[in-house]
Write a new protein. Structure first.
Length: 98
């Protein structure tokens, strides 16, 4: 079982670091640790859980909402983002997603 360190940059200048397994989404693992992140569909078909990947890599090949340009800009949907390295993610970014 592979695990990675994921730092979540939260509103109001808060941050938290969680250890994430590669087989659970970042959203699911945050919830398992008692961290509340925004979400809606949990299926990668909306932008409620959008975040910006500041460092690292994720697999989010199952999502259908983000287009190629948004993916190049490092947008992620935490409900279907699985870490593939240590990461830093700016959370709660739906209002900034273009």
């Amino acid at each position: 079982m592979t695990s990675f360190e994921v730092k979540l940059l939260m509103p109001k200048d808060k941050s938290v670091v969680i250890r994430c397994n590669s087989y659970l989404s970042i959203l699911d693992q945050a919830e398992n640790k008692g961290i509340i992140l925004p979400y809606s569909c949990r299926a990668g078909a909306c932008s409620s859980c959008a975040g910006l990947l500041k460092k690292g890599t994720v697999d989010q090949s199952d999502q259908s909402y983000l287009d190629d340009e948004q993916l190049k800009q490092n947008w992620v949907l935490t409900c279907l983002a699985y870490p593939t390295s240590d990461c830093i993610i700016l959370t709660s970014q739906e209002s900034n997603l273009i």
